[in-house]
Design a protein. Sequence first.
Lengths: 430, 425
Amino acid sequence: MNHRKKIAITGIGMVTPVGNDARTTWASLQAGRSGIATIRYFDASGFPVRIGAEVKGFDAAAVIGNPKLLKNATRSHRFALAAAEEALTDAGIRPTATDGHRWGFCVGAGMMGVDFRELEIVQKACAPDGEFNPDGLLFPDFPADPIAFCRSQTNAGLALLTRHFGIQGYATAVHTACASGGQALGTALKVLRRGQADYVLAGGFDSMLNPTGLSAFCLLGALSTDNDAPERASRPFDATRNGFVLGEGAAFLVLENWDAARARGAKIYAELAGDGNSLSCYRITDSPPDGDGPIQAMRQALADAGLTPESVDYVNAHGTSTLMNDRSKCAALRAVMGAHLGNASVSSTKSCMGHLIAAAGAVEAAVCALAIRDGIAPVNAHYAQPDPECDVNLVLGKSRPLRIRAALSNSLGFGGSNSCLVFRNPEDVQ
Amino acid sequence: MNPKIVFTGLGAVCGAGLKVDAIWDGIVNGRSAIKAISSWDAGRWPVRVAAEVTGVDNRTLVEDRKLHKMISRTDLFGLYAAHCAIEQSGLLAHRESLAPDAVVRFNDRSGVFAGSGGGNFVCNYDFFPAMAASGGDLKKFGETFSDSVNPMWLLRNLPNNVLCHVGIRHHFKGANACITNHCVGGVLAVAEAASALRAGEADRAVAVGHDATIEAETLFHYQRLGLLSPETIRSFDRDRDGTVFGEGAAAVMLETAADAQARNATILGEFLGSGCASEATGVLRVRPDGDGPARAIKLALADAGISPAQVGLIVAHANGTPASDASETQAIRRVFGDNPPPITGFKWAYGHLIAVSGIMDLVFALMALRHKIVPGIPTLKTLDPALAPLPVSAAPQTPRSDIALVICRGFGGMNVALLVRVPSS
């Protein structure tokens, strides 16, 4: 018996490599359309990896309008502003001057962001031959830019969004690498259950598709090098998978108390029913092969939701398309689902969108909510060759019509942070 | 009814020392760690002071030398402070006394909550040699960066390194969060850890804040924005002219009172409540009327179920900038009226530790309660008449009760308040 407060998902907004709004993104994922292509945002032709999952045709000025706001926003902040706006519009409710303090904001944000062009300015002034000399900053002609400095601060996105939307309650930013978005939603769930807010705008945003971000992942050898076949480069659970594809984007969800949502006649996509959260305590880059860590997160999340593995019909897997991660993931699912493993349809939508890093968990939460609403398990695209170690019931070929009672979304981050969220069909909620 | 949450371990490292007792001794004796910057030649800089951690071998902070290559300076501080808090709690020895299956449960029910500075400009400078060599030609940069950048670059700079390495080292595998919310990251880590324990998501958790802000580019921008003093932090003083950076980490071990009592642990304090409020004012601006901190304090009082009159002392954010100290005073007045309890601030002693500032202040609020003394602010010469009357002083004061309020503020209009108690034995 789960006596905890029920929390409803009533609004969704997304900006992703497969669509600049939630509707387009969801349609692309159902169709298995890949958003992966040769990188065009900057000249990546010299990099060992030249492909990425970029947001395409995103006209920030048209979507956001306010030029002053744009000046204060990095590329990923812009995605966030658009996705958050869409989520609030979709929910049909937004903070006002009188209830802004009852709105919370929980976000999974990327690493400290310094735009490459801004980094070049500092390099030219302080390190013309490569070695940093701080006194270069003091030269009278150094073009100090206080706005660029503010944009680079770790909670700049949080500051920008709370200000823009007038959110004055509990506000936090979390960063647990690739688990950030999931952890942000888990935090939002707790903030609502504790009564610290009546509404929370929760999600994630990130863009590491820039020269330093791409370099960082290339150095780790974590990325697929299928430069000549970008569309199939991300193929989670396929035996020939060879790394993930770096993506970018944002997703936001509006969360509110179930009874209040019902009372105002809001459409409810799903119940955000449970959160589980663990540390693998294994290695910084590797996932434990036996699934230890993710197992605890999944079990906690199910217990938190008051559900058993039997009721899980869909799993949106972390499935990055790296060799070890996908295997560890399957080992964990096997342990948690037991005899019910074969009944749950499993897919990784990273097969189309690539890996949105700090935004991944938030985007995948939105996907779970949409999957429940429409009764469709989206396809695990670009899969051809089975890996016997990934023996789960994958959604192959095309998306699968399926009434989903409960969906589970996993996010596993570098460093071993594991987040698991459980979503429940609103028709099944008493 | 919430289960009672207690503190059973404390850890701290900053310019003022490597041990909680030593730092406290400096605070009550009026010693400040603010001095000339030594990490680069700042002789020509308009601001050349900070409270640096100097003369400390990295192996004193983290013994495992192999790990030094995998993490950055801020992580060394964080791992050290977290280890101190865990060690003091006696939980590691307690775990050794448990049966194997109880150890598994112990680990799964032990959480880690980190407040991380989130990153430094300096980490990006690792790309400068490749950028200089390629002279703005991105294609060439893409072909050559791997010759000069450490393959582990990303891992060294992950904001959640402390979270993960505390977990790996001590096998704490339970509920966790890494909060990157500028100055309030550390205090929010405490608040989230306490909330997780209250909700039964974990039985114990270490909360740690860590940051290493003293670098040229950060100092440069803060100074240009008028946020830094060239000399020292004069909280609430008529002549206050900004803040001064510090660096380091602080940590607290939290447990349910039931667990702590069952294993006869020494209880160092009790968590009573927390509140969090944003002013929605953008990165830099604060509201002059103190709306955000006032709401955070009221939320914390409500969470703790106590009245303003029960608060015995206030450790204010007191960062020494004209706008922050003035609006913080407004907030205190809005909650406590004309009769606030004795107020102090500690930043004059160890600088402004950014992501650590609130959790470090919490550690020394507990020390102040234990020693029944509200340390003075020695840099306070003349109280700003615009803030008077205000119970702040260069001389020590006496707490009105065994309860302390800690106020923490950060970029983005963030405000967090914590209430803690040290039971009068």
